[in-house]
Design a protein around this ligand. Sequence first.
Ligand code: ACO
Length: 433
Amino acid sequence: MTEAPKSAGTATLTYGDTSVELPVMAGSTGPNVIDIRKMYAATDAFTFDPGFTSTAACESALTYIDGDVGTLLHRGYPIDQLASKSSFLEVCHLLLHGELPTASEFAAFENIVTRHTMLHSQFDRFFEGFRRDAHPMAIMVGTVGALSAFYHDSLDIHDARQREISAIRLIAKMPTIAARAYKYHIGQPFVTPRNELSYSENFLRMCFAVPAEDYEVNPVLAKAMDRIFILHADHEQNASTSTVRLAGSSGANPFACIAAGIACLWGPSHGGANEEALNMLKEIGTPDKIPEFIEGVKAKKYKLMGFGHRVYKNYDPRAKVMKESADEVLAAVGDPNDPLFQVAKELERIALNDEYFIERKLFPNVDFYSGITLSAMGFPTSMFTVLFSLARTVGWIAQWQEMMADPSQKIGRPRQLYTGPTERDYVPIQQRG
Ligand code: ACO
């Protein structure tokens, strides 16, 4: 269902005495792009776009976002339909292979993922090298990168079959690694994966079961977990995905590329935002403190975490679904009258009606409600970004696969506007004043 880009005329760029016709290309939907690849040769000038706010760096058929409307589609399917009707593994198949699986395709896919969840037994010793108080994301960056030292038989990036095996290994082993990072952090023994459980049930069990008593997965929590994974599965060319693509463009192995993505995701402006959003709700404490807090935001003392998005200038479609899950989880295991939830609802109400936020098109993003939900499920804030990285692994690896299969792929190498000193002569230390 991938469409080749179509020609959509040309754009004329006039710079100094030079006028250059640049091809314009149209994708299947979304804004056209002006192809500037020949611009430097024709004009001797670069484009300047810090943060890539106007630059398409690749062609992709995976995910489409219309941030003005608040649309998110994976391979054409709206995220709310996937979140309410599908399962995470089905979405993984969709992202990796382009289509929803038939029943037999799904059974085969589920079977292969389920049978790759175990880790090399030597891998477990790797965790011991970390201090107990290590942030689980630090453990994730290190251990996921280390997969490349354990699975040499799927490192040939030019072999499509090996790329596929690496993708399966990553999707399958990520929950086991994430759960071990958590168990190590809290000083509990590791829990071995169970093949009779679903992907999300298995992950919850590996996080919360202890040898001292039986653990039964609460189906409401398993459903919410699966939904959270679906909501975070892919999100077009965001910072961590672009990091994975850039790392992969040099020919680095997939495990190293995903470790690079995890490192990028860790930042508070990206994956770390739900942790920050929950901390902010705790800091506010009660709804009556909200007006004072909002004044601080307007005075630009701090940001309203969980609000705003580089692409969505409307309600994040994932936030709507996340809010539903927050309600379900709080009704099942938490307190729907939890002051944090009350603060969140009131904060959202006030912000959506306040001119400052309306003018800047600042709406709640997915992180606004995911922190409360994960906290009610029993996860400490330090695990929030870990869960995000677990879910996003499929998006990263699907984007990496897409890039590796693209014959026009080349090493990523942005240019710069140089503002440092021009050439000057070295001065011996004795002569420097
Ligand atoms: N609270 C208050 N004001 C904000 C916020 C916010 N969360 N976000 C943006 N603004 C304001 C800016 O101060 C700026 O105001 P100005 O025009 O008066 O200077 C205006 O809105 C535009 O903001 P930019 O910084 O240009 O927006 P950008 O697209 O670069 O930033 C970002 C997007 C980084 C997500 C930002 O909104 C933010 O920091 N939000 C809080 C962190 C967060 O929730 N991140 C999660 C992103 S979603 C994800 O990763 C899954």
